[in-house]
Design a protein. Structure first.
Length: 47
């Protein structure tokens, strides 16, 4: 399911990890979830 950016329904903000490491408390999303399929992204909890 896709939720629009800024929606009150959003539970996470997707970020690109600098240096390949997510911030403390963030979740690492597998590369297959990125648009290109080869970049790891971080999911930052909003709630």
């Amino acid at each position: 399911m896709t939720i629009r950016r800024g929606s009150t329904e959003a539970q996470f903000r997707v970020t690109h990890p600098p240096g390949g490491a997510c911030a403390s408390g963030d979740y690492l999303a597998y590369p297959e979830y990125s648009k290109s399929g080869d970049i790891s992204l971080c999911l930052h909890p909003l709630k």
